[in-house]
Write a protein that binds this ligand. Structure first.
Ligand SMILES: O=C(O)CCC(=O)C(=O)O
Ligand SMILES: [Fe+2]
Length: 347
């Protein structure tokens, strides 16, 4: 089990993880699978309209779902196995990138964080320091220096070329890398979230958990002309997301933002937000978004899905219900148990 600042915190996943939001790549559709009967009645007609016309094609989809459910059930255990294997066999190229240091950061970012830590900090004051409100409550600002972005990509490429096992962040991303398995949490992502990002998110997103972020899922995404080009419209399983553009050289590949997940697509207008190397885009996790295809080059981004258990314990963003807790590895999906805490407090 992963322990946060409070060493007694145990994190959980919601049971919907093995039934909901299963992504059918060829139809760009997220589905729910409880039983074959339910699935047929909910999706057979929809899928037919999307071009799935024969029984064989439908059975093929059922097989893919079965495989995905099995993958999700064994995810925690497999991830822990990979992390152990990586620790054993992988020799990093750049040891220092695993330990956050202020010298990696853009001066503008440090200045914003310093301001937010000061007694007189206000949301208006912070907004005046930020370059852009790129879309509603979507902010872009410099995060790292270019040299650090280059070294982080080099480290990722070195890892990709190694014989270490690799965990992919989710079914929408075929070439990303899960950073906790590589050992980035303790020395890099936790201090980044707690000491640098939370001062900003407390002012910007106090209404969606920004003041009490207590876990995260961090990963790299990679787009290349010969691999994934784009990312479908979705929301993140997070309260607040940081998305930093690291390089290399690319054209197009902008993000686009719609509305919050509760608003129907038909009532949504989208706004494009450009990725600029070394800059981060901060947004509410449940603000719908996608990535347009790159038209040349290769694009790497660091994604940190930050979670606030106090917020998500009330409502799981993935099934829209009060979460049913299932034990998971590490930060799992960021839920905590009130019961567990009160039992611990009684000890
Ligand atoms: O490609 C990007 O910049 C967006 C990635 C993203 O939205 C995600 O992985 O959740
Ligand atoms: Fe996302």
């Amino acid at each position: 089990m992963q322990h946060d600042k409070d060493s007694k915190t145990t994190f959980y996943t919601c049971s919907c993880f093995s039934t909901d939001n299963i992504f059918l790549e060829e139809f760009k559709l997220h589905v729910r699978f409880l039983s074959e009967h339910q699935f047929r009645s909910d999706y057979q007609a929809v899928l037919r309209n999307l071009g799935c016309s024969t029984d064989a094609e439908f059975n093929d989809i059922l097989k893919k779902i079965e495989k995905e459910v099995e993958r999700r059930r064994s995810l925690g255990v497999k991830s822990a196995e990979r992390a152990a294997a990586i620790k054993e066999i992988y020799k990093p190229l750049h040891d220092h990138v695993y330990h956050l240091h202020e010298s990696y950061m853009a001066p503008e970012f440090k200045q914003m964080v310093d301001y937010c830590r000061s007694d007189e900090a206000s949301k208006e004051g912070l907004l005046s320091l930020m370059q852009t409100e790129a879309a509603t409550r979507v902010f872009r600002f410099p995060v790292f220096k270019k040299i650090f972005c280059d070294e982080l990509i080099e480290e990722m490429e070195h890892f990709e070329q190694s014989r270490s096992p690799k965990g992919r962040p989710n079914t929408m991303n075929n070439y990303g890398i899960l950073l906790n398995e590589l050992g980035f949490d303790e020395g890099f992502i936790i201090p980044l979230r707690e000491q640098y990002l939370q001062p900003l998110t407390s002012l910007l997103y106090h209404d969606c958990g920004g003041c009490y972020l207590d876990s995260h899922k961090a990963f790299m995404v990679k787009y290349d002309m010969h691999e994934d080009l784009d990312l479908s419209y979705h929301y993140d399983n997070a309260e607040v997301t940081l998305n930093v553009s690291l390089g290399k050289e690319f054209t197009e590949g902008n993000l686009y933002f719609g509305d919050m997940r509760q608003v129907p697509l038909s009532e949504t207008a989208c706004t494009e937000v450009e990725h600029k190397v070394t800059e981060g885009i901060l947004h509410r996790g449940q603000h719908m978004h996608g990535a347009l295809p790159i038209s040349s080059g290769q694009r790497w981004n660091l994604i940190v899905w930050m979670r606030a258990s106090q917020e998500r314990n009330k409502l799981c963003p993935m099934c829209n219900k009060r979460p049913t807790l299932v034990e998971g590895e590490g930060f799992a999906d960021g839920f905590t148990s009130d019961l567990g805490m009160s039992l611990l407090q009684n000890v």
